[in-house]
Design a protein around this ligand. Structure first.
Ligand SMILES: [Zn+2]
Length: 362
């Protein structure tokens, strides 16, 4: 099918869906969990593991965590067993359910067997060939569908040209998707200890077709022996499910606008000469730098940014005692940022987490 025709069709449907979307309330009471591949599509293959099985195991564990602790959230799986589901169908399941969030779970693979770590994708135009390559690999699943040229209006997953259309994407959910993706990456690094490969953008068809905040998590590399072992183990799958769950909790409770701080909470006591440590409350982590005049920081006092693990992280407060930091943390949590946590700095450098944990345990 002529490329131009495909582009025009998509552009028209984008305009229509953007218009409709603006009127639809987002319903975060439903989350769709998408275990990538399945059935005759194994996905990436390691020495012994098949991606489809690991994706399903993590998806079910994540769903169980949500269902057992957040009874007001409805969990829908695009598949709960080992069977094939078309990419368009996965997105349609989420759209029909008017889900508030779509989480697609995958594993990565590369000819370079030393590559390792987790990366989370949001919809958009790729900024690197590496990102495009991963989108091509995942989109190639449609080649196993009957009549994919008709279903996807002539989209060819292997042609670079097909991906140009994604630059036209007016993604209304980009901010939310980015926030959720950043939260996942942070948890993967801090709670699971995975190498953080960051939040990235590329043209994944499954994300393109959804109409709510959507991410695709590449949980690790099956081509790396060590990670294949970790991803295949029930313990590794538990860790990853729990990292995504923590990010989900954060996403579903974070207010659109951070609340104003009370004046008295930021009056800092005179610095204690003895310790030299500063305690700050981390409130956000983003893949791209935010202007400190960003509306999310309106009326917050003492907002600071530091770089850590490839992310831009934002804190408030600069307390000289753990007691003052705990008080500020409690106030921030009560205002809705429920997983705000204390980070400790020495000479403006964040101290390693094991050292901080030892101090926080006191
Ligand atoms: Zn995959």
């Amino acid at each position: 099918m002529p490329r131009l025709n495909w582009c025009l069709q998509v552009l028209c449907s984008l305009m229509i869906s953007s218009h409709l979307l603006a009127q639809q309330p987002v319903n975060i009471h439903t989350v769709v969990i998408d275990a990538g591949h399945g059935g005759h599509d194994p996905g990436a293959i390691g020495q012994t593991a098949k991606e489809k099985n690991i994706n399903l195991a993590i998806a079910l564990k994540l769903g169980n965590l949500i269902q057992s602790t957040m009874s007001d959230v409805k969990v829908i799986y695009t598949r709960d067993k080992d069977y094939f589901v078309e990419l368009y169908r996965r997105a349609a399941i989420a759209n029909e359910a008017k889900a508030g969030l779509f989480i697609s779970i995958h594993c990565n693979a590369n000819n370079n067997h030393s590559l390792k770590g987790a990366e989370t994708y949001i919809m958009g135009l790729h900024k690197s060939e590496a990102n495009l390559k991963i989108a091509k690999l995942e989109n190639a699943a449609i080649l196993l569908e009957d009549d994919y040229l008709t279903t996807y209006d002539g989209f060819d997953p292997n042609s670079d040209e097909s991906y140009i259309i994604f630059s036209l994407n007016q993604n209304l959910n980009l901010d939310k998707s980015t926030g959720f993706a950043a939260a996942i990456q942070e948890q993967m690094e801090e709670r699971v200890g995975m190498h953080n490969r960051g939040v990235r953008q590329a043209g994944f068809l499954v994300l393109y077709k959804t109409t709510m905040p959507s991410v695709l998590v590449e949980t690790g590399y099956l081509s790396n022996t060590e990670e294949e072992k970790f991803l295949s183990s029930p313990k590794g799958q538990d860790y990853i499910a729990s990292a995504i769950f923590r990010a989900f909790k954060k996403f579903s409770t974070l207010p659109a606008k951070l609340p104003a701080e009370k004046k008295q909470t930021v009056t800092t006591p005179p610095p204690a000469k003895t310790s030299g440590l500063r305690y700050r409350i981390q409130i956000a982590a983003e893949p791209d730098e935010l202007d400190l005049t960003d509306h999310r920081f309106d009326e917050l006092k003492d907002v600071r940014m530091y770089k850590h693990g490839g992310m831009f992280k934002y804190t408030i407060g600069n307390e000289t005692s753990l007691e003052a930091a705990r008080k500020l943390q409690t106030e921030v949590r009560q205002k809705g940022i429920r997983d705000a946590f204390i980070v400790i700095f020495r000479n403006d450098e964040r101290i390693p987490q094991p050292e901080a944990d030892a101090i926080l345990k006191k």
